[in-house]
Design a protein around this ligand. Structure first.
Ligand code: ZN
Length: 280
């Protein structure tokens, strides 16, 4: 169970939710945003044996039409060897010891395993490199299953809903209601103990992120844009304005701010103890 002081957690909720995935054994690595060398995050890492590793990659995991794109991400882990495994597999592909597409598939599967994603979702993601992108398929599925309608209703009524299958950003479940992904999400929620409701909030924001992609795609062409346009037509003006408002924000910063303001209200109302001298 995550042990963190309220005001520490409040300073960067997403960091603590991600770190909890490692501490509870669900993930070996998680990707994080940079944070200052002096601060709650840094102290928390030191106290819990978490290391920060820079992972530089050259093989694109995202694009199906481009093989290479350089990226540099920060990884949180208990053991640097997990990152090294990824780097050495990439090297094998780059040196031609492994066939490119086969190697990339292996890379996606290994990465998925380290991030704690269900096999069915990693497989679907790897497969989608040669067909319709999983992200597109997932968003259409979410529209058809009424997930975004539920989300909007929840936001309108200020209800906290939970979409555990969307447990982290940049993860795409194989289906909008993948039961294995849901189970991973529920495990993360339990690992957060008293902060479990914050996890639910975050899954709402992650679902909203997918809706934001649908909203943006409506202006383009393609299969998603058609389905998205039909769905957006069913929404009220103020609901469309709400999606538009988040269309261009820095999403992690927005998510953290959103969670913070609700956490403060929630804890104030329920009269639970927290350090009220925290004011940003
Ligand atoms: Zn799945």
């Amino acid at each position: 169970m995550l042990k963190a002081e309220f005001r520490h957690f409040l300073s960067n909720p997403i960091f603590f939710i991600e770190a909890s995935r490692i501490l509870s054994g669900i993930s070996k690595i998680v990707s994080i945003r940079p944070f200052p060398k002096i601060g709650f995050e840094f102290d928390f890492c030191r106290a819990n044996g978490l290391k920060i590793v820079v992972l530089e990659t050259r093989i694109s995991r995202i694009l199906s039409n481009a093989k290479f794109s350089e990226s540099r991400i920060l990884i949180l882990t208990r053991d640097e060897r997990f990152a090294k495994r990824l780097i050495s597999l990439e090297k094998k592909i780059l040196n031609g010891k492994l066939d490119f597409e086969k190697g990339r598939r292996k890379l996606i599967m290994l990465e998925g395993k380290l991030f704690g994603y269900p096999d069915c979702c990693s497989k679907a993601y790897a497969k989608s490199k040669t067909s319709l992108p999983l992200e597109t398929k997932l968003i259409i599925d979410a529209i058809e299953r009424g997930i975004f309608s539920q989300l909007i209703l929840g936001l309108r009524k200020s209800q906290i809903l939970s979409f555990p299958q969307f447990f982290t950003l940049n993860f795409y479940p194989c289906e909008a209601d993948c039961k294995r992904a849901e189970r991973v999400g529920l495990k993360i929620k339990r690992s957060l103990g008293e902060f479990g409701f914050v996890f639910s909030l975050r899954t709402m924001l992650n679902a909203l992120y997918l809706l934001r992609i649908a909203y943006k795609s409506a202006h383009h062409s393609g299969i998603l844009s058609k389905v998205a346009r039909e769905f957006l037509k069913t929404l009220k003006k103020e609901e469309l304005e709400m999606i538009e408002a988040v269309a261009e924000v820095d999403y992690e910063e927005f998510s953290n701010n959103f969670i913070r303001s609700l956490m403060k209200r929630y804890y104030d109302r329920s009269g639970r103890e927290h350090n009220s001298d925290w004011d940003g």
